[in-house]
Ligand binder design. Structure first.
Ligand SMILES: Nc1nc2c(ncn2[C@@H]2O[C@H](COP(=O)(O)OP(=O)(O)OP(=O)(O)O)[C@@H](O)[C@H]2O)c(=O)[nH]1
Ligand SMILES: [Mg+2]
Length: 552
């Protein structure tokens, strides 16, 4: 044991991968114990860990995560012995890639002891090889020559050159997007494009997209460890520091993958929740977002699991103690209850407001649809308002209502709502209940669809699915294909006849006229069914009497 302790005190000059003395000492120890001996050496030449393996492998401890700046190579190399002078194994090469080691060296130990060949491999820039690493020709220790410091510096620079990271960099990070699925390829691609939009809305730079179609989903890593290694290599070569998965990951998968690759791991739901957190402005919006986040986080608060095969959780790598964890969980639950109570009272207040409106005979027309379809643009055009409009997803989070005079028919309330998206995270749906509940009061729904979207059919299906889930499927509704100026007239006609819809553009007065007419046609029908909610022709504007003011 004393000899191992002694190894920690050895220092290796930065230009050497390992000194002859240290290599010999490791070879002797291996010969005597019949075990592999490994050293993790940092760039200053300090030995950070001495690892004792068995006859054919080593278990590498969790490496420190405290590196700043652009994460390229890890800053440590692994020098280890192999009994029987064996070359690098598949596991060695996997560790090289997954842990982004500066390089890996195996020192062959002869049958009767002594150093034999050295086997060295290192990661490479993206264009260099298909494998993501390169093995040097084996040679004897004496003839092995490399200026370690210079070699690693220039390798890192080459990798950096190959990265697609933009010069200015982005504050939130650089991501590889990953879609793992068994569906149709084009469907997977379309979802990846959508994920890209979501990720961009987060100021995260997208460096690449990877589609994987495994035969089965790995319970802990989603894809098998071989594929995971490829992902880690691609992340290294592109300069990415996070992996964003298109499908929802279980808490165990997020932990498993981030421990395995040392990259930040997010799933689509987390991305959407983060966007909502950033964009929520109103009091109620903030409460709803916080609630959704806490509900999402609660099951994910768990002890850090034991790591992947050859990576062991060492001292100090465990998660928070059980007691601390329990306290955290209790605090979160209490906060959730508190927020739920707040929401309930806000919800009651709003219901009162709505009742008053109904009493005054104000029919409600709500604009709904997929995110970025042009709902707010239509709302602004119809009511001459200035709700924020941007070419990005989830621009609108808070419902906005305005009094609107429908020529020849009278006063109605028009509302602009939060956009929908397929597979809306269920924590978010639950938390946005108060906002979405307002749609229950709508007398007519205007479903706005982006006709220029890659696949409007998918958007329609997603929106109508959510409407049904919310119990709104019976409210009179018509579909409006928007952004008609961006597609061919024939394509628009085809869409309209297939979906019995009207088409046009929220930016064109002619379309607005058609929409007004359509709403008008649906409203008198309501009048027959529900005469109390409809009083014709009143010029008084809603609530405070001025057009264009929010009535909430
Ligand atoms: N060319 C064209 N662009 C449009 C049209 N309608 C809206 N847009 C653009 O589409 C983008 C999204 O519009 P918004 O009105 O913000 O869409 P939204 O449905 O309210 O989006 P969220 O609130 O994010 O769900 C903006 O860049 C608009 O300028 C249209 O008829 N033609
Ligand atoms: Mg909007």
């Amino acid at each position: 044991m004393g000899r191992i302790e002694h190894l920690y005190r050895r220092r290796i000059p930065p230009e050497k991968v390992v000194t002859l003395d240290v290599a010999r000492e490791c070879a002797d120890l291996t010969f005597e114990t019949r075990r592999q001996i490994g050293l993790l050496v940092n760039r200053q030449g300090q030995i950070e860990s001495v690892i004792i393996g068995n006859g054919h492998e080593l278990v590498i401890p969790n490496l420190s995560r405290t590196r700043s700046g652009l994460r390229l190579l890890r800053g440590v190399r692994l020098v280890h012995t192999h009994l029987k002078n064996q070359p690098l194994t598949q596991d060695d090469l996997t560790d090289l890639a997954l842990l982004r080691l500066d390089l890996i060296m195996a020192l062959g130990v002869g049958k009767s002891g002594g150093l034999q060949d050295v086997y060295v491999a290192h990661n490479v820039p993206s264009s260099a090889t298909d494998q993501g690493y390169k093995q040097l020709e084996p040679c004897s220790f004496e003839s092995f020559q490399m200026n370690c410091q210079e070699f690693i510096q220039s390798l890192e620079q080459d990798i950096l050159k190959g990265c697609q990271v933009s010069k200015e960099g982005t504050r939130e990070g650089r991501a590889l997007l990953v879609s793992v699925g068994t569906g149709h390829v084009s469907f997977q691609q379309e979802r990846l494009d959508e994920l890209q939009e979501l990720v961009r809305a987060q100021d995260v730079e997208v460096l690449g997209c990877v589609t994987q179609r495994p035969a089965a989903i790995h319970p802990k890593y989603v894809v098998g460890s071989g594929k995971m290694k490829d992902l880690a290599i691609q992340a290294l070569q592109s300069g990415a520091d996070m992996l964003i998965f298109d499908q929802d990951l279980t808490p165990a998968q997020v932990r498993g993958i981030s421990e395995l690759t040392d990259l930040r791991v997010l799933d689509r739901s987390q991305v959407i929740l983060d966007i909502f957190a950033k964009r929520a402005h109103s009091h109620i919006g903030n409460i709803q977002v916080e609630l959704a986040q806490l509900r999402y986080r609660l099951p994910r608060l768990a002890q850090s699991s034991t790591a992947f095969s050859r990576l062991a959780g060492g001292i100090g790598t465990r998660g928070p103690g059980e007691t601390k964890l329990e306290t955290d969980r209790r605090r979160i639950r209490e906060r959730i209850q508190h927020l739920e109570r707040d929401l309930e009272s806000i919800g009651q207040g709003r219901q009162e407001q709505r009742k008053r409106r109904v009493k005054r005979g104000m029919p409600v027309v709500s604009i709904i649809g997929y995110t970025n379809a042009g709902k707010s643009t239509l709302f602004n055009a119809l009511t001459d308002s200035q709700v924020s409009v941007k070419d990005r997803v989830f621009e609108t989070l808070d419902t906005v209502s305005r009094g609107w005079y429908l020529p020849g028919l009278g006063e109605v309330i028009l509302t602009d709502t939060v956009g929908f998206i397929r597979d809306l995270p269920k924590d978010l749906v639950a938390a946005f209940h108060t906002t979405l509940q307002e749609l229950q009061e709508a007398d007519v729904l205007v479903h706005v669809i982006d006709a220029h979207a890659q696949n409007p059919d998918q958007h329609i299906t997603a929106v109508e699915h959510i409407l049904t889930e919310l119990g709104l499927q019976d409210i009179p509704c018509f579909r409006f294909f928007n952004k008609g100026d961006l597609i061919d007239r024939e394509d628009m006609q085809r869409l309209c006849s297939r979906y019995k819809a009207i088409g046009g553009s929220a930016l064109e007065e002619a379309s607005l006229e058609v929409i007004r007419k359509e709403i008008g046609q649906l409203l008198p029908t309501l009048q027959k069914h529900n005469p109390h909610t409809w009083e014709t022709h009143t010029n008084d504007m809603v609530e405070n009497g001025t057009s264009g003011n929010n009535v909430e």
